[in-house]
Design a protein around this ligand. Sequence first.
Ligand SMILES: *[C@@H]1O[C@H](CO)[C@@H](O)[C@H](O)[C@H]1NC(C)=O
Ligand SMILES: *[C@@H]1O[C@H](CO)[C@@H](O)[C@H](O)[C@H]1NC(C)=O
Ligand SMILES: *[C@@H]1O[C@H](CO)[C@@H](O)[C@H](O)[C@H]1NC(C)=O
Ligand SMILES: *[C@@H]1O[C@H](CO)[C@@H](O)[C@H](O)[C@H]1NC(C)=O
Ligand SMILES: *[C@@H]1O[C@H](CO)[C@@H](O)[C@H](O)[C@H]1NC(C)=O
Ligand SMILES: *[C@@H]1O[C@H](CO)[C@@H](O)[C@H](O)[C@H]1NC(C)=O
Ligand SMILES: *[C@@H]1O[C@H](CO)[C@@H](O)[C@H](O)[C@H]1NC(C)=O
Length: 260
Amino acid sequence: MPSLRNVLVGLASIGSALAAGSYPSLKVRNAGVPVGQLKNVSGIQIYHSYPPGRNTSAKAILFVTDIYGVPLLQNQLLADSLASNDYLVIMPDLFAGDAVSVEEQEAGLNLTEWRALHPTPEIDRIINTTIGYMRSKLDVEKIGGVGYCFGGKYVPRFLKASGGIDAGFIAHPSALTEGEISAIKAPVSIAAGTLDAAFNATAKSRAETILNSNNVTFQSNLYFAAPHGFAVRVNQSIPQQAYAKQASFVQAVTWFDSWL
Ligand SMILES: *[C@@H]1O[C@H](CO)[C@@H](O)[C@H](O)[C@H]1NC(C)=O
Ligand SMILES: *[C@@H]1O[C@H](CO)[C@@H](O)[C@H](O)[C@H]1NC(C)=O
Ligand SMILES: *[C@@H]1O[C@H](CO)[C@@H](O)[C@H](O)[C@H]1NC(C)=O
Ligand SMILES: *[C@@H]1O[C@H](CO)[C@@H](O)[C@H](O)[C@H]1NC(C)=O
Ligand SMILES: *[C@@H]1O[C@H](CO)[C@@H](O)[C@H](O)[C@H]1NC(C)=O
Ligand SMILES: *[C@@H]1O[C@H](CO)[C@@H](O)[C@H](O)[C@H]1NC(C)=O
Ligand SMILES: *[C@@H]1O[C@H](CO)[C@@H](O)[C@H](O)[C@H]1NC(C)=O
């Protein structure tokens, strides 16, 4: 049994870690009410989640979503969870109000048709506008990019030389090409799942080989029994999925704490 003294010393060190602002919340929120605010910026709806006690931060995170976009509760809670770790988090609507709902997808929405409505140059333009807004209006000096599924293709596009994002984290990317990986210059962290056909173990291993031979600072993790989407939407009653979501969240935060 721990002595009372050890317990008190332990509590005191947790208290001082919180006071120093380190790791206020490394636990990702999976339920509850989002705390961020939606603002219309040059015609783009942008979700803003603020760090505790402040409305900006010199190092901020640009959140590039999956196809479910800003309306998805899990995306807003994930943005809030990142913000709890002292980062301003900015999540633009990439789809001009046309994000896919989980219900539509389950009902068999034709994603090929939907993707054609949201071509790469248009998504690039929205991300670029958002980066400009972060630097010029929010006084952000360094930008960390997180990209999930659909967004996992776009964060690497902005990690090239002078791309506008200073460090990246991507989870279960879709449609990410080897050309896009080869152009990466800034530090990147990758979370992959063994059940994800969109970015399988072969693709992960290829990415590692390319990044390593290009001398890019990188890190990658493979999560067992984690399906596509695991860093955002999981079945919390399946232990491997709950673990993969939580651990990939910690992976992102610790990456930015070191490399942003
Ligand atoms: C956002 O602002 C633009 C003008 O900058 C306006 O045309 C548009 O209707 C606004 N959108 C929403 C959803 O409020
Ligand atoms: C942040 O707060 C300052 C001071 O209250 C205010 O001037 C500024 O407009 C706020 N910025 C944002 C992005 O809300
Ligand atoms: C989805 O749409 C594409 C493009 O219109 C079409 O080629 C394809 O057959 C459709 N798929 C399904 C399952 O209907
Ligand atoms: C972003 O905008 C800058 C100019 O502001 C431009 O030089 C750059 O090519 C753009 N990047 C992308 C990916 O569109
Ligand atoms: C990953 O997918 C590619 C084709 O998309 C396939 O050739 C390869 O065998 C797959 N790797 C694994 C580990 O399933
Ligand atoms: C590779 O990157 C490391 C760390 O940034 C640097 O110290 C080293 O000089 C680089 N090597 C080459 C061959 O560029
Ligand atoms: C989550 O997983 C549990 C345990 O395998 C299963 O019983 C349940 O139906 C799943 N829930 C959803 C929404 O898929």
